[in-house]
Design a binder for this molecule. Structure first.
Ligand code: DHB
Length: 396
């Protein structure tokens, strides 16, 4: 099998790349180890930056998002039993975020690719990338128990942090930067009405909590937990008690209940691999970097990488100009580190690292007090959250 761009991974990064290349007349094949059903039903993040939602619209896959997604113009930061609104629209000249689940984005992209006769191989497990230093790299993969190979001009490694692509960059040619956090997020999905119109990020002396949503009928809530916790140790009643305690306000705010239909634990890690390219292999999204979920940057960073990569590949196929491809890693890493800083900072401000460290808690509360009362400080949250902090994004 042969194609122009071989794409390992059918998450938002790989599928979006395939779609953007198709719009430019460039052929690709996506290899995805999971089934279509698995991809379309795994619940992940749900916050799209202003530019991410804008891109999906521009490239013709935003129609359902416009209908079913929900546009938010701010968030609430809650601490010391009081809520404070960060008004994105006011602080960023009208920008907003869109709440729309990652698996919905994936569904829309799969549909768009299949309608255009795009090639996505589901349940195809990439085993290795061969010859990335040559003009003809290959991807070896297993499908239906058969060894297969696809040769291409370029390989896009969109196969997440446990994929095979990153490790294909020789160890002596890459540097990895890691931070693990001493806590996880316990996440639940609830069938029930929303408790609030906008997301609430809370710091309580028992730890962090977040009220988010997926739709008018489905709510997404998280709270800081021990990373070793087991979902079995958390019966529903214990979860509601913990969330209500952490989210309580002096004026008696009440958390709406409902039926919990999924529980999961998210690990918290910051990770960057430099560079994000080696020969004709280019990494994008989680294959190259992981952010802790606070601030919801993960999928947005993946989309930003793909915007850069699709543009660079288009330039190459149009004029054999390699300059944008050569600069790919450097171009992406600037945004990646800015998002790492923001995610690390939000995580540090909103979680308890050591429950016995009351000095640290007081400093975090003072920081929250500052960012919710100084317009300058609030602006730093707003512009990072909506994704405007790096100025204009790349043209397609
Ligand atoms: C959600 C996830 C996040 O990491 C975040 O910061 C806000 C919302 C969510 O899944 O809804």
């Amino acid at each position: 099998m042969r194609t122009q761009v071989g794409i390992v991974g059918g998450g938002p990064a790989g599928l979006l790349l395939s779609h953007l290349l198709h719009l430019q007349g460039i052929e690709s094949v996506v290899l995805e180890r999971r089934s279509r059903e698995d991809l379309e039903t795994t619940v992940r993040a749900g916050v799209l930056e202003h530019g991410t939602a804008g891109l999906l619209n521009e490239v013709g896959v935003g129609e359902r998002m416009l209908r079913e997604g929900s546009v938010h113009h701010g968030i609430e930061l809650r601490f010391d039993g009081r809520g404070h609104r960060i008004d994105f629209a006011d602080l960023t000249d009208g920008l907003s975020i869109t709440i729309y689940g990652q698996q919905e984005v994936v569904k829309d992209l799969i549909r768009a690719r299949l309608e255009a006769n795009g090639k996505i191989l589901f349940e195809a497990r990439a085993e290795s990338v061969e010859d990335p230093d040559t003009d003809s790299p290959k991807i070896r993969f297993l499908q239906d128990g058969q060894q297969e190979e696809i040769s291409c001009d370029y390989v896009a490694g969109c196969d997440g942090s446990f994929g095979v692509c990153r490790t294909r960059i020789p160890e002596n040619a890459r540097t990895e930067y890691t931070r693990t956090y001493p806590f996880g997020w316990f996440g639940i999905l609830v069938e029930g009405p929303p408790s609030t119109e906008e997301l609430i990020y809370t710091l309580h002396d028992r730890g962090f909590a977040l009220v988010s949503t997926r739709s008018p009928e489905v709510q997404r809530l998280y709270f800081q937990c021990d990373p070793q916790d087991d979902v079995e140790e958390w019966p529903d009643e214990r979860i509601w008690d913990e969330l209500s305690t952490r989210l309580a306000t002096h004026d008696g705010w009440e958390l709406a209940g409902g039926k919990i239909f999924q529980k999961d634990i998210v690990q918290m890690r910051s990770f960057v691999c430099e560079p994000m390219q080696h020969g004709r292999l280019f990494l994008a999204g989680d294959a190259a970097h992981i952010v802790p979920p606070t601030g919801a940057k993960g999928m947005n960073l993946a989309v930003a990488d793909i915007r850069v990569l699709a543009h660079a590949l288009t330039e190459f196929y149009r004029s054999e100009d390699m300059r944008l491809l050569d600069a790919y890693s450097e171009t992406c890493l600037r945004r990646v580190w800015r998002a790492q800083r923001f995610s690390w900072w939000m995580t540090s401000m909103l979680h308890r690292f050591d429950r016995s460290d009351s000095f640290q808690l007081k400093v975090q509360q003072a920081e929250l007090d500052y960012v919710t009362t100084s317009r300058a400080a609030a602006t730093t949250i707003a512009e990072n959250y909506v994704g405007a902090a790096l100025g204009t994004s790349h043209p397609l």
